[in-house]
Each structure stands twice: as structure tokens, then as C-alpha cells.
Design a protein around this ligand. Structure first.
Ligand code: BG6
Length: 482
């Protein structure tokens, strides 16, 4: 049942996006191509990237690449931030396109024109007292780092990321208080394409590479924390994971055990390292289950010390849906999901894309994470990808989205009442943008409709949806008018 909202008065209400999914201008002002620019649009995007011959080639004759145009935020950012301000955003989570700052990734000097864009973007936010929340790396890296260096499994990427993080932290630390080092770092468990730059042709099939890439990212993340805290020890630098609350199918102890292990390996492995500063005791079991020989991993004593010395300050996470673990039945119905599928839960309804909608799962997630780590939590992504219909008089009546968000905010309120320290809430794709998993525009999350279709055709006009006016009231009332 709904709980009376209890959000702190400085609760960070806002919205979230990622550079590669909205900026467009993929080859302007010195920007290099990123791995996201090499992913075709459509449901088959991962299937294409999983073919053995795929090696990050961009073939514009054959495929449509929606991230190239995005929603032209690069040109429209002032208009977009103004709309966010109209909704009353107190913060705005966005990412910095690595390839705008280091076009090939391995340069020594940054691209000044790229930095200039973020100077303007940040100042535009501050003009409206919107606090920027920056993801340093959100599902992209300069394409060259995937092609020439083989993605994150290569240790040299630590140095390149450190250089990138240093440039942006030094430039913006006085204006930006909240940071995250890597988006959904754990998603590589199933899909190492976007977060690690790994496809079958450069090693994605071997879990050793995924674990090595994680280790390199953990070290890189700690280096960013080190740089940030030296600049200002108050900076809040978080990790970011894809959290999918997972239930055992039934009380069969075998399903319970499998679910426990699933929760540990998928939801907690990365946060254990990034928050506690050391590998969890379950690491050996997980490596063994995936045929990884620990001797093959390159992990130094200095690395382990760095992880220990520079853990993150808070836990950012995305939450869209829950999953079910079942190892004892065959022929059970399955469902799709946020990079992970699973068994269908008969108690839940699904979104247009088959994701199982479960607000209570968010309350469970918040409790599980807070009980385990006692660190502030930040729900930095949540939302409903749905088909929207623009009416003849330019309106979008998206009450299904309002209903989804309302129920998740009620769940957060419940968790706060449970004692969880929750910093804020930035629903995903606060303005319609290109979907990460399917490269579609028609999978819309926004409070603001963007007139573009899956082929990138349209005026790119911005049109507030009904949810825009609803969220405005939610923020104004600090979550009490839902
Ligand atoms: C998260 C990502 O997985 O979910 C975002 O951090 C992504 O980049 C979002 O867009 C929604 O997923 P999708 O595939 O519907 O865009």
C-alpha cells in the first residue's frame, strides 16, 4: 500500500541520459567515432555485434546508425535543459562522450572543442541551479580503443581512462559535485559489448577476458576516486550497477541456492569490489563456474591496495525490472529484460518490450543494498520504455508511464521509511533518446517527446508529454503529490 513520502528536502530529483544516446554530432568538432557509433539500429543490434566477423566496422550503406544523429542534443542542449528546469529538476545526470575529449582514446592532449561543449552544457545546468551528475564512461569508448587495443581487457586502457578522468575532473570539480565512474559495470556479465568493448572477434566469448576487463575497470575507477578526492575530498564519486532484484522460482532449496549465487555474482560482485575495496569470498566459485583460471588474470599487489584505498562514496544503480531464477524446471515461460532475461514471474505484468514491471522489487533492492553496504544510494535510472502516440494536437497521453513511475516512487518512499539513505532519483531518458539495447527511437522513456522515428526521420521537435506536467508536480511537492 502507498506509504507517505518522506524524502529529504534536498532530495535530488532529476533525470538521466547518456551522451551516445542523445548528443548526435558523432563526427563534429573533432569528435572521434565511439563503439556506440558502430552499433546499427534495430532489434538485431546485439545479434549483429555477436557475429564472429563483426569487428566494429561502420558500414553506412548497409546499416542505419541511430546514435550518429541521436536527438541532436548537441545542437539543442539549451532548449532541453530549459525544459528540464521547467520540470524543476534539481539535478541532471548525463555522461561525457570520451571520444569527444580524446577522439582516438590514446592521445596525450584533449580535444579543446569537445571540452568546450561540456563547459557550456554544465554552465547551462548551473544557470538553472540544476546540479550536474556526471557519468564519466557510459557505454562507450573511442572506437580505436576497441579496435586497436581490444577493449577493456587490455590494461593500457587504465592509463587512457585515467588521463580522460583527470582532464574532466580537474576541469569541472568546482562545478560538479556528483560523479560516477562507469555505467552499469556489472552488465558485462551478459553483454560485454557496450561497457567493455568486447565482441566475439576480440574475446567476448572467453569469460577470462570479461573478468580481466572488470579488474582493469575497477582499478581505473579507484584511480578516478583518487584524483577526485585529491581535488576535493568532499566530491561524491559513485559506482553504478544494473540491479535486477532476483527471486527464486519456488521454495525448492536448489532454486534458493541458485538464486543466492545469481544475486551474488550479478548484482553484488562489482559493488563488493568497488564499495568494500576487495574481491568477495565468492570470487573463486564464480570464476570456476565460468571456467576461468585465476592464474591467467593479471592482478598486482598495487592494484589490490588501490582498490582498498579508494572505494566509492555512494552506490548509483539502475532499476527497471526483476528476474526469477529456476534451475529445477524445464519448459517454463521466459521473459525478456534489461540485458538479462529469465523465467516469467506469474505475479508481474510486462512492458511493451517484455520487461517485468516490479516496483516492490525496487524497495527490496534498496533494502538489500543498504543493509549490505550502509552507503548512500542513488536511483540513477528507472523508467518505462513504451510506444507513445502523438495526437493530432501534439499531445502524448502517457498515463501508463505516470503509473509506472508513481509506483516506483512509492516503493522508494517505502524504502526510505525502512531506514534506507537515498540521495535522489533520476528517471531514465527524461527526454526520448536512442535505446541502448535495440537502437530504437520508438522505445520511448521521456517526459519530453522527440519527433524522430526509428529511421532517424522527423523534425526532432520537443513536445512535453502528460508525464512532464505530472513530474513537475512531483518535484514541486518533494514527492508528496503523486
Ligand atoms: C540501461 C542503460 O541499461 O538502461 C541505458 O544504462 C539504457 O543506457 C537503459 O538506455 C534502458 O535500456 P534500453 O535498452 O531500453 O535503452
Amino acid at each position: 500500500s502507498p506509504t507517505t513520502p518522506v524524502f529529504s528536502k534536498d532530495f535530488l530529483w532529476g533525470g538521466a541520459t547518456a551522451a551516445n544516446q542523445l548528443e548526435g554530432a558523432w563526427n563534429q568538432a573533432g569528435k572521434g567515432p565511439s563503439i556506440a557509433d558502430a552499433l546499427p539500429g534495430g532489434n538485431e543490434r546485439f545479434a549483429i555485434a555477436s557475429q564472429p566477423e563483426f569487428n566494429w566496422q561502420i558500414d553506412e550503406d548497409k546499416y542505419h546508425y541511430p546514435n550518429h544523429r541521436g536527438i541532436e542534443h548537441y545542437q539543442h542542449f539549451k532548449e532541453d535543459i530549459k525544459l528540464f528546469a521547467e520540470m524543476g529538476f534539481r539535478c541532471y545526470r548525463f555522461s561525457i562522450a570520451w571520444a569527444r575529449i580524446f577522439p582516438q582514446g590514446d592521445e596525450i592532449e584533449p580535444n579543446k572543442a569537445g571540452l568546450k561543449f561540456y563547459d557550456q552544457l554544465i554552465d547551462e545546468c548551473l544557470k538553472y541551479q540544476i546540479k550536474p551528475v556526471i557519468t564519466i564512461s557510459h557505454y562507450e569508448m573511442p572506437l580505436n580503443l576497441a579496435k586497436k587495443y581490444g577493449g577493456w581487457k587490455n590494461r593500457q586502457l587504465i592509463l587512457f581512462y585515467e588521463r580522460f578522468a583527470k582532464v574532466v575532473l580537474e576541469r569541472y570539480y568546482q562545478k560538479v559535485h556528483y560523479w560516477m565512474t562507469f555505467n552499469e559495470i556489472n552488465s558485462a556479465f551478459h553483454f560485454p559489448v557496450m561497457s567493455q568493448g568486447l565482441v566475439p572477434s576480440n574475446g567476448a566469448k572467453d569469460f577470462t577476458n570479461i573478468v580481466q576487463a572488470w579488474h582493469n575497470q575497477f582499478v581505473a575507477s579507484s584511480l578516478a576516486v583518487k584524483i577526485g578526492h585529491r581535488l576535493n575530498s568532499d566530491l561524491q564519486i559513485g559506482c553504478m550497477v544494473l540491479y535486477a532484484t532476483s527471486y527464486a522460482y519456488d521454495a525448492d532449496p536448489r532454486n534458493q541456492l541458485a538464486n543466492l549465487q545469481q544475486m551474488q555474482d550479478f548484482n553484488f560482485f562489482c559493488t563488493d569490489v568497488q564499495v568494500r575495496g576487495e574481491y568477495p569470498s565468492s570470487t573463486g566459485r564464480m570464476l570456476q563456474a565460468h571456467g576461468v583460471d585465476p592464474q591467467k588474470l593479471k592482478i598486482t599487489e598495487e592494484d589490490l591496495q588501490l582498490l582498498k584505498d579508494y572505494p566509492v562514496d555512494y552506490i548509483g544503480f539502475s532499476y527497471y525490472m526483476s528476474t526469477v531464477t529456476d534451475v529445477t524446471h524445464q519448459d517454463v515461460a521466459t521473459s525478456a529484460g534489461n540485458l538479462i532475461g529469465g523465467v516469467s514471474n506469474p505475479f508481474l505484468k510486462t512492458s511493451d518490450w517484455g520487461w517485468q514491471v516490479d516496483p516492490t522489487g525496487l524497495r527490496i533492492a534498496l533494502n538489500q543494498l543498504y543493509d549490505r553496504y550502509q552507503k548512500p544510494l542513488f536511483v540513477v535510472e528507472n523508467g518505462l520504455g513504451a510506444f507513445d502516440k502523438l495526437t493530432a494536437d501534439n499531445q502524448v497521453h502517457d498515463n501508463y508511464r505516470i503509473d509506472y513511475l508513481r509506483r516506483h516512487i512509492q516503493a522508494m518512499a517505502g524504502a526510505v521509511a525502512d531506514g534506507v539513505d537515498l540521495m535522489g532519483y533520476t528517471p531514465w531518458g527524461c527526454i526520448d533518446l536512442v535505446s541502448a539495447s535495440t537502437g530504437q527511437m520508438s522505445k520511448r522513456y521521456g517526459f519530453i517527446y522527440v519527433d524522430l522515428d526509428d529511421q532517424g526521420q522527423g523534425s526532432s521537435n520537443r513536445i512535453p508529454k502528460d508525464s512532464f506536467y505530472w513530474y513537475q508536480k512531483v518535484v514541486q511537492s518533494n514527492g508528496s503529490k503523486l
